[in-house]
Design a protein around this ligand. Structure first.
Ligand code: NAD
Length: 481
């Protein structure tokens, strides 16, 4: 570790995790790691190249020859060990997420814990999957698909790696992980932790690097059978297209523009804070963020007042402070992206209820933005159609329940949705008509056995529980005459 001119400690990573050991990078390009709270350099990472990636794929392929034949009991034990190894480092993982990504403490520790618990959830699901089925003279077995490439986004990198790795290991697949290039420090803490689990060498390999080198090699390499991806729609499309040349199986977890329908019987003192939590979770950098709030016209003014009052519970600040609800954006690029969408909203005629352009006062140094709520938004406006990936909420008025459902579904995305209302049977009826992979009723909640994934442009396939493991399996039938 070195000290930079700013006085910050500089962490340096020059190697990758291949075949159960840390191997110096063949790639020579070096990338700075920037702290989002003040824009200072806190690390330098040597990026892997195609050769590093091929070495990791070869290790995974060798390991698959035996790991692919393990019993479910053996894999359950490995999942348990991975869980224990990661659990020992919860605080370090959370601290790394706060420092490198600017994730707020209160949410980062939840994300880390839910990542770690994915190993236990996979262990449970593994015990429930019908691995072999017989009828007449037919036997069907579920076989691991082979070597998988796991590619993650930066907004919950530790959670994504744990989730995908847990499902792959449960299925009997070996993997090469390509973390987001904005998450190298967090990934290193996680890999150090998982190394202690004593997993057979080559079962999981990690190469840091860019999507256009390491990611692209995973997508085109014929020894990789499956890509499990989290990221943007554009990259997801290219993975599907380029992966077709080697007939890749793909799971694509992409973007969202999730609707929250506030029904006219909702108690606003609970419903409005719940809607804001869903809009601003993970500082708005969440694929599932409820960024379109649909409100009955009859209660629009009341809701506006309730939003203004509830905003005091969403302070911007130092992400390490447990009271902070909204931290900085991950990068300058992301800061500029949010600003451009806020300008676009104003230009298209939406009204700023709270927030607006620029840094919040006192937070000029880092990539902090003002949590912003637009009212008088029409669903066809850019801010209601495109994923902003920051703390920007569009409030849209509706006349009837049918119209609310129509507006909610009038989106290219379909990842997540929410319904808020007193009458549960009515809320369920509305939920059943929404085109989304998950719908929550009366507030954000999670279930590690429930499928996660999107309709429409939000992606292809599902993660979590049996659904997630199934994505790494092929059914194979043996028929006797
Ligand atoms: P991104 O698409 O820019 O990058 C995601 C990953 O893909 C990174 O690791 C990147 O290096 C890699 N990549 C880039 N180009 C590649 C290529 N040509 N081939 C292979 N890999 C390549 O996305 P991002 O900015 O990191 O993440 C934000 C996006 O991710 C948002 O749209 C968000 O909604 C989405 N996301 C979705 C989910 C979900 O569960 N559906 C979860 C998290 C994030």
């Amino acid at each position: 570790m070195k000290t930079g001119s700013s006085g910050d400690a500089i962490k340096t990573i020059t190697n990758h995790y291949i075949d159960g050991t840390f191997v110096e990078s063949h790639g020579r390009e070096v990338m700075d790691v920037i702290r989002p709270t003040n824009g200072r350099v806190i690390g330098r990472v040597t990026l892997g190249d195609e050769e590093d990636t091929r070495r990791a794929i070869a290790a995974a392929k060798r390991a698959f020859a035996t790991f692919g034949k393990t019993t479910k009991e053996e894999r359950a034990k490995i999942l348990r060990r991975l869980h224990e190894a990661a659990s020992a480092r919860v605080d370090d993982l959370t601290a790394a997420m706060i420092e490198e990504y600017g994730g707020v403490a209160q949410f980062s520790s939840l994300l880390v814990k839910s990542g770690i618990n994915a190993f236990l959830a996979a262990e449970q699901a593994l015990g429930e999957i019908p691995w072999t089925r017989h009828w007449d003279k037919t036997t069907v077995t579920m076989e691991p698909v082979g070597v998988a490439g796991l590619i993650t986004a930066w907004n919950a990198n530790v959670l994504f790696i744990c989730l995908k790795l847990a499902s792959a290991v449960a299925a009997g697949c070996t993997v090469v992980i390509k973390p987001s290039e904005l998450s190298s420090l967090q990934t290193r803490v996680l890999v150090d932790a998982l190394h202690e689990a004593g997993v057979p060498k080559g079962v999981f390999n990690v190469v840091s690097g860019l999507g256009t080198t390491v990611g692209a090699e995973l997508v085109r390499n014929p020894d990789v059978a499956k890509i499990s991806f989290m990221g943007s729609v554009g990259v997801g499309e290219s993975i599907m297209r380029d992966g077709a040349a080697t007939m890749k199986r793909v799971t694509l977890e992409l973007g969202g523009k999730s609707p929250t329908i506030l029904l006219d019987d909702a108690a606003l003192d609970q419903a409005v804070p719940a809607a804001l939590i869903m809009a601003f979770m993970n500082s708005g950098q969440a694929c599932a963020a409820g960024t379109r709030l649909l409100v009955p016209k009859s209660r629009f003014d009341e809701v506006k007042r309730a939003i203004k009052e509830a905003m005091s519970a969403f302070p911007v600040g130092d992400p390490a402070d447990p009271k902070t609800a909204i931290g900085p954006m991950v990068s300058e690029k992301q800061y500029e992206r949010i600003q451009s969408y806020i300008r676009k909203g104003i230009d298209e005629g939406a009204e700023v209820l709270v927030g607006g352009e620029g840094h919040p006062p006192g937070f000029e140094a880092g990539y902090f933005v003002k949590p912003t709520v637009f009212v008088n938004v029409k669903n066809e406006m850019t801010i209601a159609q495109e994923e902003i990936f920051g703390p920007v909420l569009s409030v849209i008025a509706y006349d009837s329940e049918d119209e609310a459902i129509r507006i909610a579904n009038d989106s290219k995305y379909g990842l997540h949705a929410a319904v808020l209302g007193k009458d549960l049977s009515r809320a369920r009826r509305v939920a059943s008509q929404l085109q989304a992979g998950r719908v929550v009723i009366n507030g954000m909640t999670d279930d590690p056995q429930a499928p996660w994934g999107g309709f429409k442009y939000s992606g292809v396939g599902r993660e979590y529980g049996q659904y997630g493991i199934g994505a790494f399996l092929e059914p194979k039938a043996i028929l006797e005459s």
